[in-house]
Design a binder for this molecule. Structure first.
Ligand SMILES: Cc1cc2nc3c(=O)[nH]c(=O)nc-3n(C[C@H](O)[C@H](O)[C@H](O)COP(=O)(O)O)c2cc1C
Ligand SMILES: CCCCCCC(=O)C(=O)O
Length: 359
């Protein structure tokens, strides 16, 4: 396939399915359990409708907005995904450069196959956040976070939905997906020395919300809690002092049967009000999905697998293509629904399909 045949995100996925080795494609693509939540992440978006308004002067449009006090050019960021060099030799550096070019935020996975230094060098001006866990050995987090801070990373994304690794069919079938020629660049030193025994068991399952207080004592960077699905946890996260919440079910890879993220988003937005920023990831494959998430109260969205499919196709250019597709689709959705800016994507512009069956 040439780039010209790859018009939608689903084309990038189909391309990866056709050409990536089966175990690699399935590692990236799979969910947990029966994959009901994986399907629901996608299907839930189709249950919402856009209510367009016309004759609203949409000639000049912008997607620029402030996220944690600084500009992004598009409200679509890159969620952390592990071992990106399995998709393309330039891995995380290529994805971070694409994010820098498009003016958005790149979240580096702790299971990165590139070091924080390499990613910083590849995308020195780009906005970068580091994804982290509460490790069994707290000093590991402290050392990694200190490095991130020194290198100019602007936020710590604390993944809270990973007390243990979810059951993964592919890991059970093929073992750990990391080929011998790739290294977990950030974790390697701790794995080699035995401080961390196994990269699937990095986190401390005994951690509770007091860990945010500890994190705040070791870093000045804003903390973004990733993996929240309920209003109750959102309130606890706010009380604990996070700066933002990323509503996420880990791409449906941790626990099957949890809600899709677009189903969870409204209760979280209404629970936290404007106390902290709320973002969402999971199942976003079209600019209209981005529109719906923003209409339901997300300040920004993030994408996981589409980045991997873009990387696989063509490294940095492939990731730029994926982001550009979503940006252009969002732009059309804004124009044809009467929105000149992101603030015009208000609550009344998105409604659940059940509204129409009641009429
Ligand atoms: C291959 C893969 C690896 C992932 N690795 C991480 C990770 O290292 N840390 C993390 O917090 N989330 C990880 N996630 C979850 C993503 O950050 C994100 O929540 C999810 O992919 C969003 O759903 P989407 O793929 O439908 O866009 C991973 C997801 C995938 C698909
Ligand atoms: C041993 C595999 C660890 C995978 C960690 C990355 C991740 O979060 C994922 O969903 O995959």
């Amino acid at each position: 396939m040439t780039t010209n045949n790859l018009i939608r995100i689903k084309d990038y996925e189909a391309n990866a399915k056709k050409l990536l080795p089966k175990a690699a494609f399935e590692f990236f693509g799979e969910g947990t359990g029966h994959e009901d939540t994986l399907k629901n992440n996608l299907e839930s978006y189709k249950r919402y409708r856009i209510r367009p308004r016309y004759l609203r002067n949409v000639e000049q449009r912008t997607m620029r907005k402030k996220i944690l006090g600084k500009d992004v050019a598009i409200p679509i960021g890159l969620s952390p995904t592990a071992i990106q060099k399995l998709a393309h030799k330039d891995g995380e550096c290529a994805a971070a450069k694409a994010a820098e070019e498009l003016g958005t935020i790149y979240i580096l996975s702790l299971h990165s196959t590139s070091t924080m230094e390499e990613v910083t060098q590849a995308a020195p001006k780009g906005r970068k956040w580091l994804q982290c866990y509460i490790f069994k050995v707290r000093e590991v987090a402290q050392e990694i976070i200190n490095t991130a801070e020194r290198l100019g990373f602007e936020g710590i994304v604390l993944t809270v939905d990973f007390p243990v690794l979810g059951s993964r069919n592919i890991i059970a079938q093929y073992g750990h997906p990391l080929p011998y020629y790739l290294k977990k660049a950030i974790l390697e030193k701790y794995l080699d020395s035995g401080i961390i025994s196994n990269s699937a068991e990095v986190t401390d399952p005994s951690a509770d919300w007091s860990c945010i207080k500890w994190l705040k004592s070791i870093t000045k960077l804003p903390i973004i809690a990733k993996g929240i699905l309920t209003a109750e946890d959102a309130i606890l996260a706010v009380e604990a002092g996070v700066s933002a919440i990323l509503v996420s079910n880990h791409g449906a890879r941790q626990l099957d049967g949890v809600p899709s993220t677009i189903e969870s988003l409204p209760e979280i937005v209404s629970a936290v009000g404007d106390k902290v920023e709320v973002y969402v990831d999971g199942g976003i494959r079209d600019g209209t999905d981005v529109f719906k998430a923003l209409g339901l109260g997300a300040k920004m969205v993030f994408i996981g697998r589409p980045i991997v499919w873009g990387l696989f196709h063509n490294g940095e250019q492939g990731v730029k293509n994926v982001l550009t597709i979503l940006r252009n689709e969002l732009d059309k959705a804004m124009a044809i629904s009467g929105c000149a800016g992101l603030d015009d994507i208000t609550k009344d512009k998105v409604i659940h399909e059940s509204h129409y069956s009641k009429i």
